[in-house]
Ligand binder design. Structure first.
Ligand code: ACO
Length: 387
């Protein structure tokens, strides 16, 4: 049901000013909804807790792009399509071999997803069937990009994808060179489920702005990757791990560390959100997963540092953690390098980004807000040799 409190602005004659577009509704979406007061998140009407508990990432991919959970046949079909597109085009793999080892993994992902379009005959086709095939192709190839880059920069050969197994299983295999255990695969799969969509966040908005110009998927997805890279958005998960590692290396007291950061006017990464006024439900699920992983490994320090930081942030600022806070130690305990955390976020969010493009194109309207001009006016032009 549409929100009764929303006042519709139907004319350009009475512009509204909202810095950062805070509180502005730019479009309608059936994909996901956040209740910031209650700390609830739904995808297509299903509670995130239920999906994290019972659905695989591939089921969520299907749900987001089709509106319904798949039957077993529909799921098998999607899984088969994804598997058949896992291998990167040869020139793209050659390109990856020439990328500097110290490149930012998000810059690599952005560039290489864009490059994929150069080798896709359907890159510029805008009919729905082509776009659906491209959505599967891009989603299937992102794990191969991340894994190949990581191995190449470590002096290792990229590992060809498996012909079977889930996306989570195959990604961890291509990254580590060995098939993951059931627990690691399930943990990673839940992380993918949790990050798949999240309303009109900055990267999804970027993606829809690009889509609204009727530009193609290979333009919109790299644009979204660029937006996700920033530390105020997806880049925060890497910064959280940097903080936890620094606390560990310095043997610092986490509460004191955080208080000093706040006293210096710095932000603590992984806390705060534009929409949530309480704990992000994804953070709660991830917190429990970190606890479980830590207990299993008999190494509680990341969980303990995180909980001490959480308590301090609540006491000092009354701010709760967002999804990036506990995903950091989850990925770290799965043995993943911190600078791959944000690319993994992008892997999952590609499900949401592509579904948002279908929604945008089904009823497109160019997204084009305005700026309030606060610059100078009525200046007299002076020719260059008189300046
Ligand atoms: N650490 C310290 N203080 C914070 C934090 C934080 N992480 N987040 C918000 N605050 C404070 C602000 O200083 C401000 O306080 P003030 O009113 O005393 O000045 C108040 O909370 C409100 O903050 P805003 O910046 O107005 O909130 P906004 O909606 O613009 O910011 C944002 C949201 C960017 C996410 C912010 O909370 C932040 O910078 N967090 C850290 C980065 C982060 O974790 N990003 C990931 C977000 S989730 C995601 O994108 C996947």
């Amino acid at each position: 049901m549409p929100d009764q409190n929303v006042k519709e602005l139907t004319t350009d004659d009475a512009p509204i000013k909202a810095r950062g577009l805070e509180g502005v509704i730019a479009l309608e979406s059936e994909l996901s909804s956040i209740d910031g007061q209650e700390g609830k998140l739904i995808y297509r009407g299903y509670d995130i807790n239920d999906l994290a508990e019972g659905a695989s990432f591939e089921e969520v991919v299907y749900l987001l792009s089709n509106g319904e959970l798949p039957t077993r046949d529909q799921l098998d079909d999607l899984r088969q399509q994804l598997r058949s597109e896992r291998t990167l085009p040869t020139p793209v793999m050659e390109f990856l071999r020439n990328i500097p080892d110290d490149a930012h993994p998000m810059a690599v992902l952005q560039t290489v997803v864009s490059a994929l379009g150069l080798y896709d005959d359907e890159a510029n086709a805008m009919d729905e069937a082509s776009n659906r095939r491209k959505a599967v192709r891009i989603l299937a190839q992102i794990p191969a990009i991340i894994a190949a880059f990581d191995r190449l920069r470590k002096g290792l050969e990229p590992i060809p994808p498996l012909e079977d197994g889930s996306m989570a299983h195959n990604f961890l295999y291509m990254l580590n060179g060995e098939e993951p255990g059931e627990a690691a695969e399930r943990t990673f799969d839940v992380c993918l489920v949790l990050h798949a969509d999240h309303g009109l966040n900055a990267s999804t908005f970027t993606n829809r702005v690009i889509g609204s110009t009727m530009s193609d998927m290979y333009s919109a997805i790299p644009g979204a990757v660029g937006a996700l890279k920033g530390p105020l958005h997806g880049g925060a998960n890497r910064e959280v791990m940097r903080m936890l590692l620094e606390i560990d290396e310095q043997g610092a007291d986490p509460a004191k560390y955080v208080r000093e950061k706040l006293a210096a006017g710095e932000r603590v990464m992984g806390f705060g959100h534009r929409v949530y006024r309480t704990m992000d439900p994804r953070a709660a699920i991830l917190r429990d997963m970190v606890q479980e992983l830590s207990e299993k490994e008999g190494a509680m320090k990341w969980y303990e540092y995180s909980m001490a930081i959480l308590e301090t942030m609540r006491d000092e600022k009354g701010i709760d953690p967002n999804v990036d806070f506990f995903s950091a130690s989850t990925y770290y305990q799965l043995g993943i390098d911190p600078d791959l955390f944000t690319p993994i976020f992008a892997l999952s969010r590609t499900a949401g980004w592509t579904a948002h493009l279908f929604e945008q194109w089904a009823d497109n309207r160019l997204i084009r807000p305005r700026a309030e001009y606060v610059g100078k006016r009525d200046r007299t032009f002076v020719p260059i040799d008189q300046r």
